[in-house]
Design a protein around this ligand. Structure first.
Ligand SMILES: Cc1cc2nc3c(=O)[nH]c(=O)nc-3n(C[C@H](O)[C@H](O)[C@H](O)COP(=O)(O)OP(=O)(O)OC[C@H]3O[C@@H](n4cnc5c(N)ncnc54)[C@H](O)[C@@H]3O)c2cc1C
Length: 432
């Protein structure tokens, strides 16, 4: 059952050597729940999905659909099922997962444990807002968990520390079909970007931001606003694979600056509306398998924060710091979040969320440290699905409910069998 394995977080900065079990049947999970935490597809960037020197349960084979109510859009599914798979299978029937992160590889279990958000957080909330119930196999036995239960608050965004989510019943959202109508327009600067995100009435919005731009163009980028549609799906482009780790210069400052300038001009001045398959809009990077290898063998860091709406000046300071450092990759995203909801350690809260990738070069980790400190001072938080460098003190200050959460975890996992490398690094289950 257990197999010695070497694996990494998506950013490939943190790695683990440990034992993984890959059960094929859900009934095996009750015996495994006291052995180690569940892992999804390891699309978390840092060490949230790692147990170095220990055991963990890879949920990849537990991906079956168990029940579907086509009248109400209620889907019961095993927790290892990828959200992109659900989208591909159900969009032609008029239903989509109500919340989808930027990769379709994230599983239902990973979606719950990080309480993921999508391009519609401003209107639809987080993953936890669309859960009817889930089954949780804890070291202390099996439980059915529903919104309102104390264990719900500890499990959504709860980093897998309350047990193995074996299956969930999700309320899907109605869609017109498996196409997206996407309006793209250039945005000249950060202030305009924030205004447009605040005013947008589109169901789905996302901003690509040129993290190399300075001066008047600081924070310029492209705003995408999307609605589902139906019709003839444009032929999907074949997936590409990155065959090896890219050399160090591939994402050097001049290369990124030139790429970003061209990418910005790709959208005509007057804007345009394009039709895309849903995957292309929701999961634009999934077509390039192993794109994380573009960052070379040292991997990369992603910084993601959410700042309260009144902290636009801090967002501006952050963008200035990032562009001055010259370390950013082309992957930088700005989104607007609506009010936060359930989950003691849930990331989403009302404000602007900025996500930027930095190749793991000299200065990158300390830049992320500085950005983390600015986030804390501004009353914001960082996203633990992305973190690989924060300190325990910073994260505890950003998530003041952490002790309530830790006690709830200890009640179902008194031996602390489910601790991951991130939870250890941030001392999150060490209460006084
Ligand atoms: C390209 C890309 C874009 C992304 N965009 C977004 C985005 O827009 N919004 C967003 O919110 N996130 C985003 N993410 C982050 C990603 O959605 C989360 O990290 C998600 O948790 C990954 O799911 P996973 O199945 O790979 O889980 P893993 O990364 O393997 O695990 C994440 C956590 O979930 C726990 N877990 C996994 N399965 C279970 C289970 N069955 N029971 C209990 N605990 C479990 C693990 O213990 C771990 O703590 C993105 C990631 C990538 C690579």
């Amino acid at each position: 059952m257990w197999k010695a394995s070497e694996y990494a977080g998506w950013g490939r900065v943190h790695k683990a050597q440990g034992e993984l079990a890959r059960p094929e049947r859900a009934r095996a999970l009750s015996a495994l729940a006291a052995e180690g935490p569940a892992l999804g597809k390891r699309r978390s960037y840092g060490d949230a999905c790692l147990v170095d020197g220990g055991k963990a349960v890879d949920m990849g084979r537990l991906d079956r659909y168990l029940d579907f109510d086509a009248e109400q859009g209620l889907l019961t599914v095993e927790a290892g099922c990828a959200l992109g798979q659900i989208a591909r299978d159900f969009a032609p029937r008029g239903w989509l997962p109500a919340v989808m992160p930027g990769t379709g590889f994230a599983t239902v279990g990973g979606g719950i444990a990080m309480n993921v958000h999508g391009k519609n957080h401003h209107g639809a909330g987080a993953f936890s807002d669309h859960i009817i119930e889930f089954e949780l196999e804890t070291p202390k036995g099996r439980k059915t968990v529903r919104p309102g239960d104390p264990l719900f608050l500890a499990t959504v965004g709860g980093l897998g520390q309350t047990g193995i989510i074996t299956q969930a019943t999700l309320k899907l959202t109605a869609c017109k079909g498996d196409l997206m109508m996407v309006t793209e327009r250039r945005v000249p600067d950060l202030e305009t970007f924030c205004d447009l995100l605040d005013e947008s009435e589109a169901t789905y919005t996302v901003g690509w931001i040129d993290a190399t731009a300075r001066g008047e163009g600081l924070g310029r980028g492209i705003l995408e606003e999307g609605e589902t549609g139906s019709g003839l799906v444009p032929a999907a482009k074949r997936g590409k694979k990155i065959p090896m780790d890219a050399p160090g210069w591939a994402l050097s400052a001049p290369v990124v600056k030139t790429f970003n300038a061209a990418y910005y001009r790709r959208v005509p001045l007057k804007g345009r509306t394009v039709v895309k398959p849903i995957d292309d809009f929701f999961f634009p990077l999934d077509k390039i398998h192993d794109w994380n290898r573009l960052y070379g063998k040292n991997g990369f860091h992603q910084f993601q924060c959410v700042l309260p709406v009144e902290q636009r000046p801090v967002l501006r300071e952050m963008m200035a710091k990032i562009s001055k450092a010259g370390l950013a990759s082309p992957l930088a995203v700005l989104k607007r979040m609506g009010p936060g909801s359930a989950g003691h350690l849930s990331f989403p809260m009302e404000g602007y969320t900025l996500a930027v990738d930095f190749p793991n070069r000299k200065g990158a980790a300390s830049l992320v440290h500085e950005l983390n400190a600015m986030t804390l001072d501004a009353g914001g938080r960082i996203y633990l699905a992305k973190d690989s460098v924060a300190t325990a003190a910073q994260v505890k200050a950003m998530y003041p409910d952490w002790q309530t959460w830790a006690k709830a975890c200890d009640a179902v996992d008194p031996e602390k069998a489910l601790v991951t490398d991130l939870v250890k690094r941030l001392e999150l289950r060490t209460t006084t």
